[in-house]
Design a protein around this ligand. Structure first.
Ligand code: SF4
Length: 370
């Protein structure tokens, strides 16, 4: 296919099939987009980067926007360390000038496929623009070949197509949390579930589930628990964001967590429960007193002037994004009850929050209230 710039370290088909990471260039995002210089995307439908994010998620891949050359190098090294194959999007000129980095990535263990992009690149505009692009400051907007990418990705299985299953089952709300779902909310056909591996860059080198973080400092799980309980009890207007991993009844774990959240709400009448049922933008058609708009999570927190935000059941990559936006736009303190390795950017983060640990958290709150 003529959109392919190259397949590095393996055949095209083999690399696409194995690809775990999708790299997108920031220069294909509109200059007005809040996400242009971040590694994420709100999938608002405003540009083709959102289409590629969706395609990646549908195939269980991790999409990452590359915002500078240094970031590209770090991400490729991370791919190598984890044995991940990537699909990247860049212009021919970039590949010609910087092909060494892709050779290096192969030595690190990261094979990949590069797909061309559309438009006037920084290389067409001279050395000054090229320099800006290197540092992530290029102002021109390029575009992606969406249809070609879809064809290229067609050799890759979509989540839910395994075992002959073409469709995911329609999500069912967790019984104890039904009251928190607004009456007008139309349950979508599919939502991101636990099978979608969207774990982001391993910012937490310490891959343990027995740890916690207090303002970025690695601490024991117990210490983090104490701090999280203190913050919860001292907050005047706490909000709990319940994400798709708990709001929907996937399995025994999500059901037990839903019951415990209900118990927490019964213990703390001032706790606002806001749902984040999936990650599609709501485009202002949402009630900020009950829901969270995925691209603008801060709107709900600002709306109720909430001083503490707890998060549970939100995929790790999205949790990082929510933390970033809450910090940028609000003064709220943030506690994450993460089922994986925790989030150092939160004020407090507990790792490995399974139903047993969530129960410990709820019980500790109950005890302290006495
Ligand atoms: S889809 Fe929307 S949020 Fe995502 S990069 Fe494009 S304009 Fe920005």
């Amino acid at each position: 296919m003529n959109r392919i710039i190259g397949s590095i370290g393996g055949s095209l088909k083999e690399n696409v099939k194995k690809a775990k990471v999708m790299l997108l260039p920031y220069c294909a995002k509109p200059t007005w987009c809040d996400y242009r210089h971040t590694d994420d995307c709100g999938e608002c439908g405003g540009c083709t980067v959102g289409d590629l994010y969706r395609m990646a998620y549908e195939r269980g891949m991790i999409p990452i926007t590359i915002t500078s050359f240094e970031m590209l190098r770090d991400v490729l090294r991370w791919c190598g360390e984890n044995g991940y194959t990537y699909i990247g999007h860049c212009c021919y000129e970039f590949y010609e000038k910087r092909h060494e980095i892709f050779k290096k990535a192969k030595e690190w263990g990261a094979n990949g496929v590069l797909i061309d992009i559309i438009g006037t690149t920084c290389y067409d505009l001279g050395i000054e623009e090229e320099e800006k692009a290197y540092h992530g400051e290029f102002q021109v907007e390029l575009d992606l070949y969406v249809e070609d990418s879809e064809k290229i990705l067609s050799v890759k299985e979509k989540i839910g197509e395994r075992n002959g299953k073409n469709k995911k089952e329609k999500p069912i709300p967790a019984e104890p949390l039904k009251d928190f779902i607004p009456e007008y909310y139309k349950i979508p056909k599919v939502v991101p579930g636990p099978e979608e591996d969207r774990t982001r860059l391993p910012i937490v080198k310490e891959k343990s589930k027995d740890i916690g973080f207090i303002r970025g400092k690695l601490v024991s799980w117990e210490e983090a628990l104490e701090e999280a309980v203190d913050l919860t009890l001292s907050a005047e207007r706490p909000t709990l964001i319940v994400g798709p991993l708990v709001l929907w009844s996937w399995n025994g774990e999500s059901k037990k967590k839903a019951e415990l959240i209900r118990r927490l709400k019964d213990l703390l009448p001032n706790l606002n429960v806001h749902i984040l049922p999936d990650y599609r933008p709501k485009n202002k058609n949402f009630d900020p007193s009950r829901e969270v708009d995925p691209p603008n999570p801060h709107l709900s927190i600002l709306h109720g002037k909430h001083d503490l935000t707890l998060m549970i059941g939100v995929h790790c990559y999205r949790t990082d994004f929510v933390i970033r936006l809450l910090k940028k736009h609000t003064d709220t303190k943030i506690v994450t009850l993460c089922s994986l390795y925790g989030h150092p950017d939160a004020d407090v983060s507990l790792s490995g929050t399974d139903p047993g640990r969530l129960k410990t958290f709820v019980e500790r709150v109950r005890r302290e209230l006495k």
